[in-house]
Design a protein around this ligand. Sequence first.
Ligand SMILES: NC(=O)C1=CN([C@@H]2O[C@H](COP(=O)(O)OP(=O)(O)OC[C@H]3O[C@@H](n4cnc5c(N)ncnc54)[C@H](O)[C@@H]3O)[C@@H](O)[C@H]2O)[C@H](O)CC1
Ligand code: K
Length: 482
Amino acid sequence: MDKQTINEFGIDGFTLMEIAGTRAADFILSEIPNSSHGLFFCGKGNNGGDALVIARLLSQQDYDITVCFLSRRDDLSADAGKNLKLLQKLDVEIEILDWDDFTLNKTEYDFVVDGMLGTGLNSDVRAPYSDAIEWLNKQDIPTFALDVPTGLHADSGRILGTVVQADFTLSFGALKTGFYLNEGFDTAGEVILCELSFPNKYKKPTAYLIDEPWVEANSPSTQTKKHKYDGGVLYIVAGSEGLTGAGILAAKSAWSAGLGAVVLITPKGLLEIYEKQLIQIIKKPVGSRDDMYFKESHVESVLDILQGKPGKLLIGPGLGRQKETIHFTQKILQQFGGDAVIDADALFALSQWENWEKPEEAHWILTPHPGELKGIAKQEVNDDFERFQIASKLAQQEDYTILSKGMPSIVATTKETPYMTGYDTRIFSRAGFGDVLAGKTGAFWLKYEASELACFHALLDGHQKTMESDKPTGQLEPLDII
Ligand SMILES: NC(=O)C1=CN([C@@H]2O[C@H](COP(=O)(O)OP(=O)(O)OC[C@H]3O[C@@H](n4cnc5c(N)ncnc54)[C@H](O)[C@@H]3O)[C@@H](O)[C@H]2O)[C@H](O)CC1
Ligand SMILES: [K+]
């Protein structure tokens, strides 16, 4: 965007820098009282240039300014160099130091601006940047990181050596995926978007942030439908001996989303357990009384039930990993051919299925936690950035939707731009919470046709209930966020 705006559109980098600095200065003015003393760490590139613009603007508002260069002053980028000259033309006293002199002076500062490295970071942070970061992280004064906390990789959220722990990150022109992947979430602090004058035609997002306003704005109002759920029935194929809780949670979760028609298909041997626990839910037993888990002999009768009223399938919670159940699951997925949410042990069955083919007309939503994604992708998933890339590629090449649980949750579809949550969703990888998420995903899929909307609403619903609960997150039970 930078380059296209500068080279094609014709707003030069120096002007963009002035805008960036102005936006950032306005924010700092709103946070820090005038006549405070600010310390500005400046790198040699345009990130440092931004800091020099802010220093100049705040010096005109009665702030005391100390600028500390981490590189040689005669080695600044063109735009940063121009801003140093402007700073020196001012008629106010501005202290300008190099790192060596800085370590000697013991001035008290009221806030710090991190203009050391931004999107130009391309290797582990070295001295003296690393020394400055170490000093900075020891101060307990507000830290404003410019564009990206120095040391954080803007795309991957990985820390390169060491990283500024920012209270605020003033992100110029666009948010960075790195704020929401790996360590970005815990180092960027409060992210403030400082808009620049990039024309929208150059804006090609690498991901959409599915926060509450975005989801509400991008969801069709369901008032248009006469019944909220004329999308049909949610059939849940779940449960095995000792693992009936998963099916119960998934069914209760779908029901609590307002979905009237939930049908739990179960091996007959487990029926009375569900009779007691799931009063409102229709149960459809298959097989005989001593069947305690799904077997291949159940495939026909399950398919018959699924051929009943139109609807969607949720398969997986608590199925167990018996060989017969794995073969049962593979046959159901092969022959059902309809819309299916594939969760938990059904994902395991998928990962055990050599060169399986998704039926052409079927739409699937897979809801893997990181370990299950590794099984499906048949490759290591070493961190969130790899998870982001693998989920996106897989969803496109296999033509299904993936709700990759973790922090953040990533929703990847056949469209090339994935979605990710800007809020904490680690809870859904915990036992039982995945069942609640799966039930909601199935229910919301019947409410909103688009599979990605089902995922957005299922995640948001769980997040909102987590926030509303007066229990600390660590003590939450799955039933608390049904
Ligand atoms: N270009 C624009 O229109 C705008 C850019 N903005 C700001 O500019 C930075 C990106 O600036 P850039 O000069 O490309 O890089 P940095 O300032 O981030 O890095 C400076 C320089 O540092 C060297 N370097 C890289 N890694 C290391 C390291 N580990 N240790 C030491 N030095 C390192 C490398 O040579 C870099 O070139 C962007 O973040 C914005 O803040 C404007 O804000 C908006 C317009
Ligand atoms: K920075």
